[in-house]
Structure formats: structure tokens, C-alpha cells
Design a protein around this ligand. Structure first.
Ligand SMILES: Nc1ncnc2c1ncn2[C@@H]1O[C@H](COP(=O)(O)OP(=O)(O)OP(=O)(O)O)[C@@H](O)[C@H]1O
Ligand SMILES: [Mg+2]
Length: 344
């Protein structure tokens, strides 16, 4: 009945060639004609409108013009008419093709990233396994060094020789501790978690034993043990000792040497806790969130490259393996205190 110049321009016809001569469906491709019959016409009949239908109209020269069509059925002066709005969808086509292409690119990138991630995981696992093997195998030669130094120490050495022997023992023990930290780290990381063997014991005396050992290992330092409450706890005594050693070693290394280090064991009916308090420069607030992560160590303290940054990670793994947790508070006045809580 009517057609505007834009649609005429798109389809290559003049208005005279269309008005009164062709129906809309005559301009549709074969697929469009079928769609018109099966969907378009019934929908217009039933709901009065059709919107955003993608169809191809045929240009006068036979080429296909992709279109988005909308139609409304109206009554005008007693007669039913259909108003159609058509938009060329070439741009939209291009847009959709680009969407598809970038989706493909994205998928390829994801695939590549996943591959790289797998590779990195493999490599990390390999490195951790190697670390596990190396640290495990280092223990035997270290034990030999320690034992040999002890044997020599029993053969009436001179004062000079004794000093050298002590240095050997100290260095070997230090290496031993680093190695067992590494081993625990790899055990915790390689999925098995830290193994603990819990027994019902008195936590005060277990802590007292560690404090006594540490006192002789840290000459000149004021190391105090405070006991609160009484009772028994279920724990792995070696792991508890390891936890205390790690916390006290830190307190001695990073705390003010002129002030005491105070170890407090607290026993309650259904739980117990161990805390280690030292004074000195507090731990900076920004270091707090990652303090218990492996390989994290503070800056600005030189300790002869001894520190690995595993101590606190192992402390928290030991607490976790017991179903417990570790917390820390640190400020200039009340000092730095690490507390490990254990369920009873
Ligand atoms: N009592 C403390 N006072 C101040 N800073 C501490 C204290 N304990 C730990 N830190 C800080 O937290 C860091 C991490 O401690 P962690 O015990 O995990 O590692 P490390 O002592 O550096 O090395 P490792 O214990 O493996 O030999 C330390 O490097 C130190 O900067
Ligand atoms: Mg440490």
C-alpha cells in the first residue's frame, strides 16, 4: 500500500514498482516466505505484533539484504492494515561476526592460559617434590656431622678445638632445623598435611621442657615460663615443642634482647593455649595479613641468611593439625604476642 524512499533505496526498486504490485512476502527469500506463513502471519493474527525478526529481503538485482523486521496489525478506517518497520542489519551482522570472532579469540586465550597454568603447577609441584627429596636426604649427612662432632668432643679436646666443635654442632643443628622446616613445609603442601600423633599429656610440663632446652640454646637471654590453670590436653608433644621453639626463636631473633621473653602455658578444662611474648619493634600492620604464609619474612633484620620464612607457617600448620589456631597481637607498649589455641 505504501513504502518509503529508504526501503526503496535499500531494495533497488522505485515506489511505483512496489506499491500495488508486490506483497511483502514476494520480497522475502524462500526461507522468509516459509517463516512468514508459519510464524509471522499467525503471530500477527493472534497477538497483533511481531518484533525483531531477522529476515532477508531480495534486492531487485537478486542479492539478499539482511533485515530486522517489526510488524504491527492495526485497524484503520474499518480496514486491517499491517505497519512494518525494517532496518538493514548489515552492521548488526558485522557486529555479530565480530562477537563470534572475539569469543573465539577469548576461548583460544583461555585455553592458552589454562595450559600455562597447568605447566606452572607441574613445575611448582616438581620443585616442591625436589625440595622434599633434598631436604629429606640432607638429614642423614647432617646427623653424621652432629654425631661426629659429639664423638670428637668426648676425646678431651683443647679449648680451641672445643670452640670449633661447638661451632660445628651449632651450625649443623641450625641446618638440621632448616631442613626439617622445609620437610614439614613440603609435607603440608604436598597434600598430606602435617602428621600429628596426639596423646593426653600435661601441656605445662611439655612447654617447660622446651623452655629449658631453649634457655641453654640462648645464653644471656631472659626466658621465663608462666603456668596458668591446670589440666591435661590432647596433643603431639614433639609438634608442640616445635611450635614453642619456632615462636621463641622468633621472639629471641626479632625482640628486644634487653627485655624478657615470656612463654605462658594456660590449661583449662576443655582447651589449652601457649603464648610467647617479646618486646621491641612491633610487627608492621601491613605485614600482618601474610605473616603465616610460607616464605614470608620481614625486611631489615640481618640474621646471616638463616631465615627461610617458614617458622610461622609451620606454627600455624601445627595448630591446624590439632584443630586449633594461632593469633598474634603486636604493639610498641604491650609487645608482640603469638598465641596458639588448642581444643582439649
Ligand atoms: N616475635 C616477633 N617479633 C617481630 N617480628 C617477628 C616476630 N616473629 C616473626 N616476626 C616477623 O615475621 C617474619 C616471619 O617469621 P617466620 O618465623 O615465619 O620466618 P623467619 O623467622 O624469617 O624464618 P624461619 O623461621 O623459617 O627461620 C620474620 O621474618 C619477622 O620479620
Ligand atoms: Mg622464624
Amino acid at each position: 500500500m505504501r513504502v518509503n524512499a529508504t526501503l526503496c533505496g535499500w531494495l533497488g526498486y522505485s515506489a511505483d514498482e512496489l506499491v500495488g504490485k508486490r506483497k511483502v512476502q514476494d520480497l522475502l527469500s524462500m526461507g522468509g516466505k516459509i517463516f512468514h506463513q508459519t510464524h509471522w502471519a499467525p503471530l500477527l493474527q493472534m497477538q497483533g505484533s511481531v518484533s525483531e525478526v531477522r529476515l532477508e529481503l531480495i534486492h531487485k538485482d537478486g542479492s539478499r539484504v539482511p533485515m530486522i523486521m517489526n510488524a504491527v496489525r492495526r485497524e484503520r478506517a474499518g480496514a486491517v492494515v499491517h505497519d512494518l518497520a525494517a532496518f538493514v542489519a548489515r552492521d548488526r551482522d558485522k557486529f555479530e561476526q565480530e562477537l563470534v570472532a572475539s569469543r573465539k579469540r577469548l576461548e583460544a586465550a583461555i585455553e592458552e592460559a589454562t595450559g600455562l597454568q597447568e605447566e606452572a603447577k607441574d613445575r611448582a609441584l616438581f620443585a616442591e617434590q625436589m625440595m622434599a627429596i633434598v631436604s629429606h636426604d640432607l638429614r642423614t649427612p647432617l646427623a653424621t656431622i652432629l654425631m661426629s662432632a659429639q664423638v670428637l668432643g668426648r676425646r678431651a679436646p683443647s679449648a680451641d678445638q672445643l670452640r670449633v666443635l661447638e661451632r660445628i654442632s651449632r651450625a649443623a643443628s641450625r641446618a638440621n632445623r632448616m631442613v626439617s622446616d622445609l620437610l614439614d613445609f613440603t609435607r603440608a603442601r604436598l597434600g598430606k598435611g602435617l602428621a600429628v600423633e596426639r596423646r593426653r599429656l600435661n601441656p605445662h610440663s611439655a612447654v617447660a621442657d622446651s623452655v629449658e632446652e631453649l634457655t641453654s640454646a640462648c645464653p644471656g637471654r631472659d626466658l621465663q615460663h608462666v603456668r596458668e590453670g591446670s589440666g591435661h590436653g590432647l596433643f603431639d608433644v614433639d609438634r608442640l615443642a616445635q611450635l614453642v621453639v619456632n615462636l621463641v626463636t622468633n621472639a629471641v631473633a626479632y625482640g628486644d634482647a634487653s627485655r624478657p621473653v615470656i612463654v605462658t602455658s594456660t590449661a583449662r578444662a576443655d582447651s589449652f593455649s601457649v603464648s610467647v611474648l617479646n618486646f621491641g619493634t612491633p610487627i608492621p600492620a601491613e605485614a600482618m595479613p601474610s605473616l603465616f604464609e610460607p616464605m614470608v619474612r620481614g625486611h631489615g633484620h640481618s640474621n646471616g641468611g638463616r631465615s627461610v620464612g617458614l617458622g610461622l607457617y609451620i606454627v600455624s600448620e601445627i595448630a591446624k593439625a590439632h584443630g586449633g589456631s594461632v593469633e598474634v597481637s603486636s604493639d610498641e607498649v604491650s609487645g608482640t604476642q603469638f598465641t596458639a589455641h588448642f581444643p582439649g
